[in-house]
Design a protein around this ligand. Structure first.
Ligand code: SAH
Length: 219
């Protein structure tokens, strides 16, 4: 199957919805989303919707990936921290736009799959870790950009602390799944500057690692 016409339609839809940063649009155009969705949903690869990827998690809606990437204002020399690798789609989009992406996922099986996929697709500037994103990655911090793709009740302080001065963090916040906002925080000498970007719906950010069995292994 050729995905090209559907991909073009999706890019046009993103543009119509306010994604005007051409670097973001072309990064999305270059990432084969069909490589990131489950086999039985391949025909929906370029629909502008979130799709299930197993373990109760999802691949985000393309518009949300685009909106977050645009809001992050990534520069090509920057180090970016991502929390919530999932299938690795957002990771791949970011990897095209910055120097290196450090990405953390708490579900080991999802992370292993994402690693294999990113490796196969040739992304060499991605560093992964299985762990709790609430702890960030202090050995590498500070980061110029931080993106969180699961919703915490409020801004995780540890992550804000790992943001460089002048750095930008984009994340969904809200304890209630039907009342979440995508926000952008900029670290300034006077404290965080906070902008509310859009209402969103993300899976919850969960602390700690999954309990035995929860990660879908069968014994
Ligand atoms: N970025 C993905 C979407 C991921 S869905 C995409 O491009 O489509 C959110 C992911 O965050 C899930 O895989 C979930 O397991 C993970 N997650 C939730 N809480 C986390 C935490 N505390 N640390 C790391 N990952 C977490």
């Amino acid at each position: 199957m050729t995905y090209a016409p559907r991909k073009i339609r999706l890019i046009m839809e993103l543009r119509a919805q306010g994604i005007i940063d051409t670097r973001v649009l072309s990064a999305i155009e270059r990432v084969p989303r069909e490589e990131f969705v489950p086999e039985d949903l391949l025909d929906q690869s370029y629909e502008n919707t979130a799709l299930p990827i197993g373990l109760g998690q999802t691949i985000s809606q393309p518009l949300i990936v685009a909106m977050m990437t645009q809001a992050l204002e990534v520069g090509e020399r920057m180090m970016v921290l991502e929390i919530g690798t999932g299938c690795g789609y957002q990771t791949a989009v970011l990897a095209q736009l910055c120097r290196r992406v450090y990405t953390i996922e708490r579900h080991r099986p999802l992370l292993r799959e994402a690693e294999r996929r990113l490796d196969r697709l040739g992304y060499r500037n991605v560093v992964t870790r299985a762990g709790d994103g609430f702890k960030g990655w202090h050995e590498v911090a500070p980061f110029e950009r931080i993106i969180v793709t699961a919703a915490a009740p409020d801004v995780p302080q540890v992550l804000y602390d790992q943001l460089a001065e002048g750095g930008v963090m984009v994340l969904p916040v809200g304890a209630n799944p039907v009342d979440q906002w995508l926000i952008r925080l900029t670290k300034t000498p006077d404290g965080p500057r906070r902008e509310e970007l859009s209402p969103v719906r993300f899976v919850p950010m969960v602390s700690g690692l999954p309990a035995e069995g929860e990660s879908g292994h069968r014994h």
